[in-house]
Structures are given as C-alpha cells and as structure tokens.
Design a protein around this ligand. Structure first.
Ligand code: EPU
Length: 457
C-alpha cells in the first residue's frame, strides 16, 4: 500500500488553485440518472471516489466520458484539463447499485433518489458504517417513504418502489417532509429527497433541509435541467414536481462544480502550520465563514485580491500567519457552522498553538481517530466524549502513523509538514479519495514529501 514520507519543517511557498468539490460532484453526477438526455459537468476532480461513481453510473446504464483531468500536473500543482464529465443514458432498465461498488464509497447512496424518481424502482446496497462512526440512512428512507415509496430491506439491499399514478406510471407524490435527525440535517439525505421530489407529482416541502453549498449546487444543476426549486441554501426547500427533466451542457459548456471548500481549508492550514507564504486561487471565501472566523481567532488572516463578499465569488487569497498561534474553541455544526470535515485539520494546527484549545464534534461524535496518531507525534490531547482538549506544545516530532479516514489523514499530513524529522503516513488511499494528487501539490509548494510503497501496512 502507498504511504507518504514527509520530512517536516519546510515553510510552504507558492500558489495553488483549488479543485472542484468532491462532495458536490458526487450527487451532481448521480443527477444524470434523472434524464434520458446528456448531462455535462466541468471541474470534476480526479479522485478515487469519483472514479468509483463513474463505475457505479456505468453499471446503471450510463455512458460516461471524462476529460482525463489527471494528466501531467501543471505549473500550479493541479491537473491539466477542465475536469469535464459527460454522462448520457444508454440503458434505463438498470436499477441495481451493487454491493461491490457501493461498499467502496458511501456516496453511492445518492443514486437511490434519482433511480426511484426516474426509473420507478431502485435496489441499492446499504452503505454500512465507516471509520468515522455509524452512518445510518434512516432519514433518507423516511423522506422517500413520505413521497410514497415502498421500501424494504433485503439481504443488505434497500429495495424501493415508486407508487403507481392514475395513468399507470410509477411516480412519487409530493409531500411535507421533515429531514431532521438527532445530529441536525442530513446532507446526502437532502440530496436524495430533493432529487426524487423534482419528478414527483405535486409539491414537496423539505424542512430541516441541509444548507451545505454542495446541496445548493445540486439544486442549481437540477434547475438548469428544468426542475422547479425554491429556498436553496435555507432549511426549507420547496420543490414543485415536473414531468421530466432535460439534459444540460451542450450549449452552456456544462455545469461547473463549485470549488472544494474542504480542500481550500486544508491548504490554508498547510500554509499556516508551516509558517509559509501561500496564495490560493479559486478560493470559495463565501463558503468558509465559520472556518475563517476560527482561524482569525488563532491569528491567521487572509489578504484578498478584490471583493470577497460577493456570494459565489472565486477569490485569490494569500494566507498571513503570525509567528505564534493563539488557542481557540471550535464546535462542528451543519453549515454555516464549522465543518466536521475540517475538524482534524484544525486540531493538527491547535496542537502547536499557545495555550489550551477545545474542539467539540457534534456531527460525528466519534470522529477522533487522528487523536491517538497525533499523540504519537507528541501532541497533548485529551478526549472526553465528543470533546478534545488540546494543550499546545512547542513542537511535534515525526513518527510512523496510520491514516484511518480521509480527513484524519489530512490532519496527519499537516502535522507531518510541521513536525521535526520524518513522518510516515501509512494507508494514504484514504487521502486519494478526496485530495487530488496532494503530494504533488505540496511538493510544488516546497514540501519534502514522497509517495512510497510499503509492504504489509
Ligand atoms: N444521519 C442520521 N440518519 C441519516 C443520515 C445521517 O442519523 O439517515 C446522521 C449522521 O450519523 C450524522 C449526521 O446525521 O451524525 C450528518 O450526516 P450526513 O447525512 O449529513 O452525512 P453524509 O451526507 O453521509 C456528507 C459528506 C461527509 C460530511 C457530512 C457532514 C459526502 C459524500 N459526504 O456525508 O463528508 O462529513 O456530509 O457534513 O458529501 C468527507 O468528505 O470526508 C465526508 C465524510
């Protein structure tokens, strides 16, 4: 298996362009199941989760053509090509999302709503748990049942049927749906119910809808495909069902996936933790309010070119880091709160701050697998239930550590960049799920990092 070897202590310097968002692209790609016409996206990142989604869509009767996007890295550390992904239906009779593909990628669940709405039937493997804790899909199923779907569980598969309408067609029915769970809203659950509701008969009102930018992006694509949706970005989304959707992309050049706010936040911390001088382009300032607020508390600021207050602006920002970092408190929450997907990275930074910090995880209360690994590197962290108390230390020391999930791995890379000596991060396939060629980008910023093969780990 691949590992990263990092010799820490080099300040990063240079410019990085933020890629398109993985978590936006996955449900956008699944939305291509909603129409018989071609759908084209641009800015789709080249990641293993995306390649798995391509396999899944192909198994569901779609032809998918991708701009390699993964050619030679260009001067700014990113892939050439515009990440084009053109999808068109060739066999609309396929309705089974098999275990062998869905088990590799939890986001496989987001084909459920589109299949059910467009093909009247879906059989989707239950995605199961993962390293960051139990990941139930009860809210997805509750929402789809509210729209009239008959749902049963059969040998590890969710089997869903749409009801028959007055004309003998299988079609969901619009309803009031409350999608709140004990930990707030659900991102992919909202994607599923919204994608299903666009073709339902009548109006669906989704309450406690996820407000994440990735859901807004999905709504925007669905609207360009002919859907009628109001309230995007708010917790109350209203969908007036239409009979059919059309394709998109032929004349417009394709729907452009929003920048990856989590990749952006990770590179901000990479700059800060190495006391470097990094400029980020295609930076989605408008999606990172809570994160940037916490960083300001730590003493890290952004020097921006132009006006970053326009919603949807894609900014060029330079990261300004002080000599010493302040401690801070952060609580992860649904958007616009502090994102759980940046919790491990922030924690890595706070291990080097002056004083005591506190990080509370409210979305996935067990998402702390990076803690024992950071402790191996000399971090002083105590976990009490969903809260980690971090006492800042003068330096981290390189050590062999194990990546356990995507964002925990990113936290370890950041710690390794700052640590004294060599850090080996095993099992970086987790990182490849969500960061496009991270080691090349970091190398171009001056980091001493290499991908190596390790036997037996
Ligand atoms: N939940 C339920 N029932 C459900 C669904 C969710 O109780 O039916 C709970 C979860 O257990 C969790 C909370 O609701 O406590 C939020 O989970 P959510 O459904 O919002 O998570 P998700 O949609 O499965 C997406 C991202 C995650 C990100 C979360 C939270 C994708 C592909 N995944 O997951 O991203 O952490 O939202 O923002 O969009 C990552 O990129 O590393 C990643 C894990």
């Amino acid at each position: 298996m691949d590992a990263f070897q990092i010799t820490g202590g080099r300040p990063l310097r240079g410019t990085v362009r933020i890629n398109g968002s993985k978590n936006a692209a996955l449900p956008l790609m699944a939305a291509a199941l909603l129409t018989q016409e071609p759908v084209t996206l641009t800015g789709v990142p080249d990641l293993s989760d995306i390649r798995n989604m391509v396999r899944l869509l192909e198994s569901l009767g779609l032809k998918v053509e991708r701009d390699p996007g993964g050619g030679e890295a260009s001067g700014d550390g990113n892939a050439s090509g515009d990440g084009r992904c053109a999808m068109s239906t060739t066999d609309p009779t396929q309705t089974t999302a098999h275990y062998d593909i869905v088990r590799t990628m939890r986001a496989g669940i987001c084909v459920l709503g589109p299949l059910l709405a467009a093909r009247g039937h879906a059989k989707v493997s239950m995605p199961g748990g993962c390293a960051i804790g139990t990941r139930p899909v009860d809210l997805h199923l509750r929402g789809l049942k509210a729209l009239g779907a008959q749902i049963t569980l059969d040998a590890g598969y969710i089997v869903a049927e749409a009801p028959t309408d007055a004309h003998g067609n299988r079609r969901l029915r619009g309803r009031h749906v409350f999608l709140g769970g004990t930990n707030g809203s659900t991102v992919l659950g909202t994607a599923n119910v919204m994608s299903a509701a666009v073709l339902a008969e009548g109006t669906t009102v989704i309450e406690c809808a996820a407000c994440e930018p990735e859901i807004e992006d999905l709504g925007r694509l669905l609207i360009t495909m002919g859907a009628n949706i109001e309230g995007l970005g708010s917790p109350k989304v209203t969908v007036h069902g239409v009979k059919e959707l059309h394709g998109t992309g032929d004349t417009t050049g394709g729907h452009e996936v929003i920048p990856d706010r989590i990749e952006a936040g990770t590179y901000v911390i990479a700059a800060a933790i190495t006391a470097g001088d990094v400029t980020l382009t295609n930076f989605p300032t408008d999606m990172l309010g809570a994160f940037l607020d916490r960083l300001e508390e730590v003493g890290i600021n952004l020097e921006a070119e132009g006006d970053t207050t326009n919603p949807g602006s894609r900014d060029t920002v330079r990261i300004i880091t002080p000599r010493r970092l302040n401690a801070c408190h952060a609580v992860t929450q649904p958007h616009p709160g502090f994102p759980t997907d940046l919790q491990a990275q922030l924690m890595a930074l706070l291990t080097l701050a002056d004083g005591n910090s506190m990080v509370t995880e409210k979305i996935f209360p067990d998402r702390f697998l990076h803690v024992p690994e950071l402790q191996r590197m000399g971090a002083d962290i105590k976990r009490i239930g969903p809260t980690a108390l971090i006492q800042g230390t003068r330096e981290l020391v390189g050590a062999p550590v194990m990546a356990s999930d995507l964002r925990a791995s990113a936290g370890l890379v950041l710690a390794g960049l700052a640590a004294k000596g060599e850090t080996t991060i095993n099992r970086v396939y987790h990182l490849d799920r969500g960061y496009e060629r991270m080691e090349l980008t970091l190398q171009q910023l001056g980091a001493e990092i290499a991908r190596v093969k390790m036997d037996g780990v």
